[in-house]
Design a protein around this ligand. Structure first.
Ligand code: UPG
Ligand code: MN
Length: 369
């Protein structure tokens, strides 16, 4: 049975987070969801990546960037990059759906979770850091322009106590902690991979029933390296993790290498063929220097574009010369002419920068009058 007026929704504001969105979408497909899959993207997401997204998601929807620009509160979390998570609020505008489940791009489903649609707005699981707050990485909501506008108004008036969407949503849906236990999703629907080692006995006892893993925190699965032969995530000196955490990471990479990489390679071949015609530089997949020291995980840059790069191990297999180590590199790419054209045609405000709240308020006023 397919339910076409309900959807899982995620968000990616750049080509880096798209890698996570793709794995999440694929995990939902693998577990045969009967709901639609929608991804919100912002103008920065390249046209190549949009086409890859559209082979996994039913809908790729462009939205403008909403940024809290609240460096003071974000500094308390040591996550200056998360102001842009206000963009999540756009999910309430998807009124062609009657109900949705939002999932962060750094989550992964381990089984079919369609039963989440039995819940009402606003349902979410406790945050492992402050359990009287919900974590905003997985939540059930009902799209509504009225709610959307109220959220923008609330943001303009009160801001967010953590500078991100989670602080804002917790203040807005403030009765969550006490009003209705039916709106508390079990922690198993948003298992933060880091709490696995902070309460090991609980994980040993309940962990087998985990339904959604959330790679919350600064280091995301795409920042690791993966060994295709052993099917394990490679640890460098800076990486520590329990074996459970490592197996969740390996699962993410399994899906990435089996289902997402072929799509990216297809795109790359097409781009290369096109550039042969137009003689333009493109992203390349290249074997990396096998003697080079593994570097720090690359941080996304201003205009990131994906570059899956194969890295060969130093000990070559004598029988077959094959690629065994995989890591994702992001390097600044020149936007394609298509990207340029799109930005030009849109010619619209991106709600970024220090006047973010002013922009939000303007938008709100436009709606109200
Ligand atoms: O540059 C960015 C940053 C975030 N996102 C999206 O926003 C989500 C939230 O960001 P994430 O890096 O996953 O944050 P967390 O490490 O999970 O941190 C917490 O704090 C965030 C800010 O309040 C909340 O959005 C999260 O749900 C909460 O788990 C991501 O998954 C993406 O879908 C982007 O698309 N681009
Ligand atoms: Mn997250």
């Amino acid at each position: 049975m397919s339910v076409t007026d309900q959807a899982f929704v995620t968000l990616a504001t750049d080509d880096v987070y798209c890698q996570g969105a793709l794995v999440l979408g694929q995990s939902l497909r693998n577990h045969k969801t009967s709901r639609k899959l929608a991804v919100l993207v912002t103008p920065e997401v390249s046209s190549g990546m949009r086409s890859v997204l559209s082979s996994v998601f039913d809908e790729v929807i462009e939205v403008g960037v909403l940024d809290s620009a609240d460096s003071v509160h974000l500094a308390l979390m040591q996550r200056p990059e998360l102001g842009v998570t206000f963009t999540k609020l756009h999910c309430w505008t998807l009124t062609h759906y009657s109900k949705c489940v939002f999932m962060d791009a750094d989550t992964l489903v381990l089984c079919n979770v369609d039963e989440l649609f039995d819940r009402e707005e606003f349902s979410a699981a406790p945050d492992s850091g402050w359990p009287d707050c919900f974590n905003s990485g997985v939540f059930v909501f009902q799209p509504s322009l009225k709610t959307y506008n109220l959220l923008l108004q609330f943001a303009a008036e009160h801001g967010s106590f953590d500078g991100g969407d989670q602080g804002l949503l917790n203040s807005f849906f403030s009765s969550w902690a006490t009003a209705d236990i039916g709106k508390h999703l079990p922690f198993l629907y948003n298992l933060s991979s880091s709490s696995v080692y902070t309460y090991v006995p609980a994980f040993n006892h309940f962990g087998r029933d985990a339904k959604v893993v959330h790679f919350l925190g600064t280091t995301k699965p795409w920042n690791y390296k993966y060994n295709l032969q052993t099917k394990r995530v490679m640890q460098d000196g800076t990486t520590s993790g329990s074996s459970h955490q490592l197996s969740f990471l390996a699962l993410w990479w399994n899906i990435y290498s089996a289902s997402i990489l072929p799509l990216l390679e297809k795109l790359q071949k097409m781009e290369e063929a096109e550039s042969e015609e137009c003689k333009q530089p493109v992203h390349k997949v290249e074997p990396r220097d096998s003697n080079a020291r593994p570097s720090e995980p690359d941080r996304p840059s201003e205009q990131p574009a994906f570059q899956p790069a194969f890295q060969e191990t130093s000990e070559m297999n004598e029988v077959a010369h094959f690629v065994s180590e995989l890591s994702i590199h992001f390097k600044p790419a020149k936007p394609t002419p298509e990207d340029e054209r799109r930005k030009w045609e849109e010619g619209r405000m991106d709600y970024m920068g220090k006047d973010a709240f002013e922009h939000i308020k303007k938008k709100l006023d436009a709606f109200l009058h």
